[in-house]
Design a protein around this ligand. Sequence first.
Ligand code: AMP
Length: 557
Amino acid sequence: MEKLDPKEVIKGFEELTKNAGVVQEEILKKILEENCEAEYLQETALNGRTDAESFKECIPLATHSDLEPYIQRIIDGDSSPILTGKSIPTISLSSGTTQGKRKFVPFNDQLFDNIVQLSNTSFAYRNREFPVQNGKALVFIYSSRQFKTEGGLLAGTLTTNVYCHPKYSGLMKGMQTQSSSPDEVIFGPDFHQSLYCHLLCGLLHYNEVQFVSSTFAHSLVQAFQTFELIWEGLCSDIRDGILSERVTDPCIRAAMSKLLKPNPKLADMIYKKCSSLSEWYGLIPELFPNAKYVYGIMTGSMEPYVKQLRRYAGWLPLVCADYGSSEGFVGVNVNPRSPPETATFAVLPNIGYFEFIPLNEDMNGGFEPKPVGLTEVKVGEEYEIIITTFGGLYRYRLGDAVKVMGFYNATPELKFLCRQNLMLSINVDKNTEKDLQLAVEEASKLLEAEKVDLIDFTSHVDVSKDPGHYVIFWELSGDADENVLNECCNCLDQSFADAGYVSSRTMGTIGPLELRILRRGTFHKLLLHSLSMGTTLNQYKTPRCVGLATSQCYNCV
Ligand code: AMP
């Protein structure tokens, strides 16, 4: 098995990024040549041309709904060249992010290669800063099984498709740090059992664990919140060498029995460490003394979990994972020492063709601003990102807003700003996920004196009565004073700074904001519901806008 040479990977990335402009032109040419037979391209006036100018002139910007009829035919088993020259073998299910509607997108060998490249680049830069020698990684990963669509195509989440790819074991698995959990745990049918065993496997290999990771900060926090509740049970399994009966899956039990031997010394050590911690601060480095960092996506909608994660990580650095989506990958974190608040992603110029629509630009005469190329973006400006991929998406609006923070050689380094879709809107007000996040951040500062943490939050637009109003739902770690909660409610109302909201509130065309406090465990139930609908924990993001629920409410004054 070929070993990854980080120096070679970094050298390759340096070359690519120095020539980002030329590489982009070549990639567009390659994508258009390979797929010139595709119906989607044939329907346009492109006529086999592969230059950027003709491409932009002939191919319209597209949203997912524009492509849905094409993708549906692929799912139904039509193997003619629809979006790509070669037929699509696999479908990925995206999380659908904020509003919960899952999307189907094509997945093929080239997208797999893109992910391998991105992941190896990221690993090389991380390893340069935080060298990891052999050892293992405690990775909270939950992969479901692939299934077949009615048309006979394989389908699964992106993670599942990557894990199940025939080249996966030979490539990625051989090159990077191995998970401390066996495949039976990763592919387990029930996430509670997998999580339990991930924790157990990590503890059994406590001295070898070099870093702790998961796709999202949310699942890391969730794993250690669970640890707080079950650590004594884990200790007794280790002491007796007998796996808890809560793990019922026979494959997982068989795999775990090979690892678990009675080890009272280890159980005592873990017990002592856990009993001495104050509020679980520094739990991760206490349990895994050789861990160098904690790794996962901590930007965008994961920012609200960073505070809780820092408590568990103690003095270990939090390293942000890369930026991509089921549709296609975008950028890699080449500055692993940057904290989540300032993390950026350098675009990999050979994994797709990228365009950027300037945001905040005057809509000169009502026309949409013209997209610019990868090397034409300006530092300090904000853009909507457009991708053209080897998976048959052409000028596809990913729906994300990014800000250019600088350049790595000739490729931009992007800060992820937010999903662009509007979430809270009643009349002229427009508030995005980011606006909600900022308002919640501001108001939750008032909880600090109460020594209560905000566990999670979501929102709803209530237009059942006129005027409509925003409802914000909070789950807290303990009880807070009523007056403080009323203050939080007022603060939320005043923190939505967009002019539409402010003027509508003044004129009374939007009613007073309502803060509802949810029962403990509500967000966990929401997660379980989402898992029961087929999402995997790797993909799960708390929906930031939902339907109604019953809860205790505070109205702002
Ligand atoms: P999915 O639809 O499940 O493939 O999720 C893809 C979306 O997750 C992207 O379009 C982004 O909105 C978000 N995302 C992915 N990576 C990051 C990141 N590193 N930071 C912030 N948001 C991200």
